[in-house]
Write a protein that binds this ligand. Structure first.
Ligand code: GUN
Length: 294
């Protein structure tokens, strides 16, 4: 069994991004600039956005944080998005989700210029990804594709079971792994709450991606010997022995599943750290006009 070390891989990718930034600056180019819009006081959102801003500093990006209380109106937020769309200094930006209930998230997502949509949530980017055209890929799927590629894990002709059909993980993962590309060319089954024979599908799959947000859902009897297991879950479970009162566990029962695997991602330190690097890679691509040429 080999561990896929997301923490080490993300550190390596950040170093690569930093080197590219240094060479852009050395040749007189513009420093990549990411903006984050943070609304309200959700502690998890604050923590994610802090991580994103800190990572920008580590790789030499400029970053701007725009913060407002939960009482901001939808019209005010749409004005902020429009200003960021128009601002030539900003290469890419994200509006951290979830938004307060009185704001329509879809309306906000649709108002973001696809050329600056480094989250890859805008339907234009989702559509381009689906057609195999250059697109900003959403952070978690992009991070998983990087793991598969850099650990040289064969996906072509393999059977792949994805647990969970969310718009930001399961569904895009199913599209990316079935594309005619490398990584890709896998035969994908996308499982969800109405799937009848999840256990059977899972244990017959060469690659298993767990992204349904249920702690320790994937048990040893659901995993084929020699399978590649990617655990996207980040679940808080109570743990009075820890100072903060909880610990993080994935969707996979790591202790019992890992001995059967050829490769497995741990939680924490697996998929999680890769998501921020995806955002940095997308912002660098935007600055270099790699996805949209003009
Ligand atoms: N909330 C949780 N994950 C994400 C993400 O990747 N992007 C944004 N904008 N909000 C999130």
């Amino acid at each position: 069994m080999q561990l896929i070390d997301g923490k080490a891989l993300s550190t390596q990718i950040k170093q690569e991004v930093k080197q590219e930034v240094d060479s852009i600056i050395a040749s007189g180019g513009k420093r990549p600039h990411l903006a984050a819009v943070l609304i309200g006081d959700d502690p998890a959102s604050h923590s994610y956005v802090r991580g994103k801003v800190k990572s920008c500093e580590q790789v030499g990006f400029e970053s701007t944080l725009i913060q407002h209380g939960a009482d901001i109106s939808e019209a005010e937020l749409l004005q902020i998005v429009d200003d960021l769309n128009q601002n030539p200094e900003i290469d890419g930006f994200i509006v951290q989700l979830p938004l307060p209930a009185h704001i329509n998230e879809l309306k906000v997502t649709l108002s973001i210029d696809p050329k600056k949509d480094v989250d890859g949530f805008h339907p234009v980017n989702v559509g381009r990804m689906t057609l195999g055209l250059p697109a900003y890929l959403p952070a978690t799927p992009y991070g998983i594709m990087q793991m598969l590629e850099r650990y040289k894990i064969e996906t072509s002709g393999k059977s792949c079971c994805i647990l969970g059909r969310s718009n930001i993980v399961g569904t895009p993962m199913s599209i990316l792994l079935s594309r005619k590309a490398n990584p890709g060319n896998a035969t994908v089954v996308l499982c969800h709450s109405r799937t009848k024979n999840i256990k059977e599908i899972a244990r017959n799959s060469d690659i298993l991606i767990a992204a349904m947000g249920k702690p320790n859902f994937v048990t040893e009897d659901m995993v084929k010997k020699g399978a590649v297991v990617i655990d996207v879950g980040i679940n808080r479970v109570d743990d009075p022995t820890r100072k903060r009162g909880y610990r993080l566990v994935g969707d996979v029962d790591f202790e019992h599943v890992s001995p059967k695997c050829s490769f497995i991602t741990p939680v924490p330190g697996g998929v999680g750290p890769m998501t921020i690097t995806s955002l940095l890679m997308n912002t660098l691509k935007s600055c270099k006009k790699e996805i949209y040429k003009d």
